[in-house]
Design a protein around this ligand. Structure first.
Ligand SMILES: Cc1cc2nc3c(=O)[nH]c(=O)nc-3n(C[C@H](O)[C@H](O)[C@H](O)COP(=O)(O)O)c2cc1C
Length: 346
């Protein structure tokens, strides 16, 4: 990805790395602007924002990007003000639109009016084909390992080749990508770019609370679980007292409802639970996270994350370009004359 220029419609960015949109208010201007300034695509999650708030976030992210990379917006198709938010973003000069957890014919025609590429998230070859017919500039193929709402439980190794075979569009892989080794692996599998959420949620510029970030860095391999979201989809989240309560089937009181979803299952208020987690307030806190969150042990700045990704990617890419010759020793040989490690300790 570091040697590849991603082309989406007429838009190009130096690094084919997209920071996935993360609601509610996890990916705001500070994160999106920092990712764009590194040459990637930074995405503001517009879900649950007002139009005015979204407009301000976009303008701030553009200032932080300083003309580098690109700024996108992601809005969940399930929210009632989807159309209003997308149109606000287009009028404010957004570079790219992502539609999460579903899409409509309309979003592609709005994008066309403003000459802005529209990229839906899909989880099968069938959906990718439909998106291509409707006018998508690319698709994000998201696996069941991803954080947030999920359209599948299948791994990326299955979905990516299926989506690649179904469409001629650029395909961006998402779900379970946290380091440069994963990025290299996705490139080998045919991805034209990657989208990463969890790694960027655990950054200094992410707008998540200290509670949220600490839950990430202290997590263990078995700590992400699937909950039933009021949106009507499963969602991957980290276990905490609230999620354990949800999994036990206990009823959760809805204190106030502002009727934000087109179709709400009303098993709990997801807007409030995501807001609580983002702010670190209240008791019902829903912390979305991808399956590989447990591998992240440090909150880094976006610049440090990019440096780390580049180093890891280069290390594995150069190893693959120069495979070892038969009999070649790649690591220091503890028994060689130049290594006295064993002698010293014996
Ligand atoms: C905290 C969090 C919130 C998310 N919110 C959204 C969202 O609002 N809309 C969306 O389309 N995807 C959302 N996602 C999915 C990401 O955009 C991205 O596709 C996903 O995180 C990739 O998988 P990874 O977490 O393993 O990197 C969210 C993910 C996380 C971790």
């Amino acid at each position: 990805m570091f040697n590849r220029i991603l082309k989406l419609g007429e838009l190009t960015v130096p690094h084919a790395i997209i920071q996935g949109g993360m609601a509610v208010r996890i990916s705001t201007a500070s994160l999106a602007g920092a990712v764009a300034s590194q040459g990637g695509i930074g995405v503001i999650a517009g879900t649950a924002m007002t139009s005015e708030e979204l407009r301000n976030e976009i303008m701030q992210a553009k200032r932080l990007a300083g003309g580098n990379g690109a700024i996108g917006i992601n809005v969940l198709f399930a929210v009632k003000n989807f159309a209003e938010l997308i149109k606000t973003a287009l009028k404010t000069g957004i570079d790219i639109v992502f539609s999460g957890a579903g899409f409509s014919r309309d979003v592609f025609s709005w994008g066309k009016q403003f000459n802005v590429p529209v990229v839906p998230l899909v989880s099968s070859g069938r959906l990718a084909k439909i998106a291509e017919k409707l006018g998508a500039a690319a698709v994000v193929a998201e696996s069941g390992q991803a954080g947030g709402h999920l359209g599948t439980n299948r791994p990326i190794e299955e979905i990516l080749p299926e989506v690649k075979a179904a469409t001629n569009l650029p395909v961006i892989a998402a779900g379970g990508i946290v380091d440069g080794y994963d990025i290299y692996r996705m490139e080998q599998l045919g991805a034209d770019g990657v989208q990463m959420g969890t790694r960027f949620a655990a950054s200094r510029e992410s707008n998540a609370s200290e509670y949220f970030k600490q839950l990430y860095v202290n997590s263990r391999p078995t700590d992400t679980v699937l909950i039933k979201s009021p949106v009507g989809l499963p969602g991957r989240a980290l276990r905490n007292a609230f999620v354990d309560k949800l999994l036990s089937g206990a009823s959760i009181e809805i204190e106030a409802c502002d009727d934000c979803l087109k179709n709400c299952k009303r098993n709990f208020c997801i807007k409030k639970a995501l807001e609580n987690a983002q702010k670190g307030t209240g008791t019902n806190r829903l912390v979305f996270a991808g399956q590989k969150v447990y591998t992240i042990k440090k909150i880094l700045s976006v610049e440090e994350i990019f440096d780390k990704l580049k180093k890891e990617y280069s290390a594995i890419a150069s190893q693959s370009e120069h495979p070892p010759k038969p009999g070649e020793i790649l690591s220091p040989d503890p028994f060689s004359a130049t290594c006295n490690h064993f002698q010293k300790n014996s």
